[in-house]
Design a binder for this molecule. Sequence first.
Ligand code: SF4
Length: 83
Amino acid sequence: MIDLFGQEVSETPRRPPGWTLKRAFLLHYHKAAETEERRCKTCVHLLGHTHQRRYYKCARLGESCGTATDIRLSYVCDWWEKR
Ligand code: SF4
């Protein structure tokens, strides 16, 4: 495909369908073992916002003002640090 300036443009999307910041982050994000203390709940990067319910976010991941960056307390990633 040719763009407005006559340059060849790739038609493949820059990101795979369904790509989100969270999905990229999820490469290191997984459910913690039941007995493991190492989880988002005990991480220094955990943030919580209370509206009609409580939404948990990660300071390292950032916030999107939507569900794309919500995290689960029972999960963990490689960036965990003890609170
Ligand atoms: S850095 Fe990882 S373990 Fe810590 S709150 Fe964020 S997602 Fe959870």
